[in-house]
Ligand binder design. Sequence first.
Ligand code: FPP
Length: 249
Amino acid sequence: MQDRKVVIEELKSQIDKDKLPSHVAIIMDGNGRWAQKKHLPRTAGHKEGMERVKEIVEVASNLGIKYLSLYAFSTENWKRPEEEVNGLMKLLVQYLRMELNNLNKNNVKIKTLGNIDGLPKLPREEVIRAVELTKNNNKMVLNIALNYGGRNEIVTGVKNILKDVKMGKMEIEDLTEENFQEYLYTISQPDPDLLIRPSGELRISNFMLYQIAYTEFWFSNIYWPDFREENFYQAIIDYQKRDRRYGGI
Ligand code: FPP
């Protein structure tokens, strides 16, 4: 335990506070395999994953990260067994009920990415309540991606642009890469600087497709339920060593 504290402090001291990524996105993967390794049901992996959500949200906010995006439920996750989907929805409700006051006290603004109209009533209501309660907070934005798909986000954006053009609110010629972003769930937010994917998978899985054009990726074999404060710091340290050229030299 003492050793872990020393490691954490040592890593923290290596972080340059002036060069923090302003937006960090995380694909929280590996809950199922974590549970399987321990001969537990998959839902036990998600439950432990929720503990890491609590930990990493607090760590990111204390460090000074301005935007944190967590991929909690994709448009494809509905294909999972009903019991698992229900378990995930229950955990979301549990997380918000348990953490909302704390998040609000800590000045965290909760936002959602995805079509929350497609969520069951209870989680939908809890999410709306959380967004409403925290809407004036400004320390860190916590984006929770729910019923989210990157392609769906782009197509929904295009449909809304076409509606605006039809209604005369926009001219086709005025559409730019910048104002296209106003039609995405991440409206007014900077693109992720760093995307973390634990669990050993080396893919994007339909997450923030438009926004990750110049994002730095950080992959790790650690399963999300094992992803701790020290791993988050390591990802930031590695990110700070990258040379971001955005296509220049
Ligand atoms: C992917 O692991 C994880 C998910 C589909 C769900 C993520 C949800 C949580 C961490 C908990 C609840 C979230 C909040 C915001 C309270 P997987 O099941 O695909 O893992 P596997 O690839 O090992 O099977």
